[in-house]
Design a protein. Structure first.
Ligand SMILES: [Fe+2]
Ligand SMILES: [Fe+2]
Length: 173
């Protein structure tokens, strides 16, 4: 991201630190959900384990990629920034649900919200790269946005499954 990086390196590092905090939190959410799904008797969800694991691994790759980019711009990926702190605070509510004994329907509700934010974050970066004409950065951001779209499709589908069962089939979550 040569062009974008040169435009305002400090602010770009800050934005990447925001994404990094988000991606790290995403990995934690997926790990906790995968554990619960594995232990559950929910056959439909158990079939999705492979896909969920793939999405979890993509969050890991996103975090590692952000770390690399921050370092390449002369930043420190372990340093907290205003935006990384904001994301960590926002994520506390989601983590509180996912690390509790909440039913899987509530966990996926929280994960779906996390993925909405994940999509919005990468879409912001794509837009920013476009605006400063950084094609390389745009392609890198776009590649990850496409993963996020896939993540959101899955959480949306699972959420729909629960809602349908609760509303139309009268099942308890
Ligand atoms: Fe992500
Ligand atoms: Fe995601």
């Amino acid at each position: 991201m040569e062009i974008l990086g040169k435009t305002n390196p400090e602010k770009v590092i800050e934005l990447l630190s925001e994404r990094l905090a988000y991606e790290r939190s995403g990995v934690k959410l997926y790990d906790a959900i995968l554990k619960k799904v594995k232990a559950s008797r929910h056959t439909q969800l158990k079939k999705l384990q492979k896909e969920l694991k793939e999405h979890r691994d993509q969050e890991v790759e996103h975090a590692e990629w952000c770390e690399e980019q921050i370092r390449a711009l002369g930043g420190d990926p372990e340093l907290e920034t205003e935006k990384s702190l904001l994301v960590e605070t926002e994520a506390q509510g989601l983590e509180q649900i996912i690390f509790s004994d909440a039913p899987l329907s509530q966990m996926f509700h929280a994960l779906n919200l996390a993925e909405l934010g994940d999509n919005a974050g990468w879409a912001q970066l794509v837009g920013l790269a476009e605006q400063c004409g950084d094609d390389d950065a745009r392609a890198e951001f776009q590649e990850r946005l496409e993963h996020e779209e896939e993540h959101l499709r899955l959480t949306h589908r699972v959420l729909g499954m629960f809602v349908r069962a609760e509303v139309l089939e009268g099942e308890m979550a």
